[in-house]
Design a protein around this ligand. Structure first.
Ligand code: EPZ
Length: 423
């Protein structure tokens, strides 16, 4: 098991290329098995979650080829003959649950493990299952697996998501495009990952109305064809590096290969902290402010402030001059990073789903523990401005969602090395 050893404080100066998005790639990969011919997807990052999903798809009999150097993935569903996603793989990555919609949609049957627990509390899939029942599918739970069956054509109907859910929207769209006479999803998610999925399914031949809105109406078609598609760049990685750049007064970086339109309201909120930000085509230049302005945020569904950036934001607010609050309205209990930041000297108090942050505090290096993907990257951000050595333990969480993190940060001046973590 590895850890990061970080010496701080260090300013960040130079250019960071943004990688392809994990959360946009996974739905596209599931959609590929709906085609009657191969699909090729470019801009795919070398991440553990991508490798895991490649194996989940291979279990069904699909041929999966991943040219890691080029970031090109080809999925050929011709020999798909096994409609199962086993617990051993699904427990490693929740989004493997997208196989339920894809297999049910294409073959009318699926046996998919329920995803296990998560570091920050319950993440139910009731909306996925209730939505498929509303579509007309037969859904049973047996020994930790979902057993789904559906005749060639489902009547369809209307299903309202409450709350709006990225995963449930993806799964219901995948299940409906080849199977539902007419199915309407109300309060659908419109995160860029969902919009890209619907756009690419339409290119494959699907009939989807209302793409990009909160009401999606899907009418089945008889078949879909494989396509070549470009995966989106990672908007959460982009936000993470924008925040990293603002945390040290001498930092000055340019992010390239950015899909600026996918950032929603984030740039607007980011401007409030006082950083200089120039957007030019697919690149963003950030010059840190001398003093960070305390800025409270409340996470929301897209285009609001993403929950996947709240830990990084709270970390930055420890370096702001004054009080601020970070409230998560998507997940009540996504603050497992706070005790670790307090170990570095931060002054944060969590009440219900709000972190109350008092800054500016001088952070001092120490050993800290990763708990999940976004929590662990916030500890790396803190380590880069803390005095002395910070050891971020269990970084396998990071390898799930950040490609070449230590290389990218080292190239802009950070002092970060990967080392074996002795237990
Ligand atoms: C996606 O998770 C992302 N994962 C998450 O990013 C992200 O935090 C989340 O959307 C919210 O933006 C991927 O794209 C692979 P949801 P998902 O269903 O689909 C409740 C990361 O760091 N809900 O939109 O699982 C749920 O509990 C990951 O990359 C139900 O109640 O999130 C939550 O409160 C972490 N019942 C809310 O909806 C359901 O059946 C939103 O969850 C489904 C969801």
């Amino acid at each position: 098991m590895d850890k990061f050893v970080i010496e701080g404080p260090t300013p960040l100066q130079g250019t960071i290329p943004i990688s392809g998005s994990k959360n946009a790639a996974l739905p596209l990969m599931a959609a590929a098995i709906l085609g009657d011919s191969p699909t090729t997807i470019t801009n795919i990052p070398k991440l553990r979650d991508i490798y895991t999903f490649n194996n989940v798809i291979r279990v069904t009999g699909c041929r999966v080829e991943f040219n890691e150097d080029e970031g090109i993935l080809t999925i050929d569903p011709k020999n798909l003959n096994h409609y199962e996603a086993p617990y051993e793989l699904v427990r490693k990555m929740r989004a493997s649950f997208y196989m339920l919609g894809a297999l049910l949609g294409k073959y009318g049957e699926a046996k998919v493990s329920l995803p296990g627990g998560c570091a920050w509390g319950p993440r139910p899939v009731d909306l996925h299952l209730d939505g498929m029942r509303a579509m007309g599918a037969n859904i049973e739970l047996e020994e930790g697996y979902v057993i789904a069956n559906a005749p060639k054509e489902l009547e369809g109907g209307t299903f309202t998501l409450e709350p709006s859910s990225v995963g449930a929207t993806v799964n219901l769209v995948l299940a409906a495009v080849l199977r539902a006479k007419e199915f309407t999803i109300k309060n659908a998610a419109k995160e860029p990952d969902v919009v890209l999925l619907c756009e690419k399914l339409a290119e494959m031949g699907a009939d989807i109305e209302g793409i990009g809105t909160r009401t999606l109406t899907i009418r089945k078609v008889d078949s879909l064809q494989g396509i070549s598609a470009r995966n989106a760049s990672d908007r959460i990685e982009t936000g993470t590096f924008m925040i990293a750049a603002a945390m040290h007064p001498q930092s000055n970086i340019t992010l390239t290969n950015v899909d600026v339109d996918d950032l929603g309201h984030f740039p607007e909120t980011f401007r409030k902290i006082g950083a200089e930000m120039n957007i030019n085509g697919d690149s963003i230049h950030i010059k840190a402010p001398d003093h960070i302005t305390p800025t409270s945020i409340k996470t929301k569904v897209y285009p609001g402030f993403p929950t996947d950036l709240q830990a990084q934001w709270a970390t930055m607010m420890t370096q702001a001059n004054g009080e601020s609050k970070v409230t998560d309205t998507i997940y009540d209990d996504r603050f497992s990073y706070v005790p670790e930041l307090v170990r570095l000297g931060a002054d944060i108090d969590v009440k219900k789903n709000t972190a109350h942050i008092s800054g500016k505090t001088k952070l001092k290096g120490a050993s800290v523990m990763s708990t999940d993907l976004r929590a662990s990257v916030s500890l790396v951000l803190a380590g880069m401005v803390a005095e002395g050595e910070t050891d971020v333990l269990r970084i396998y969480h990071l390898d799930r969602g950040y490609e070449d993190l230590e290389e990218k940060l080292t190239n802009v001046g950070a002092n970060i090395t990967r080392a074996e973590q002795k237990e």
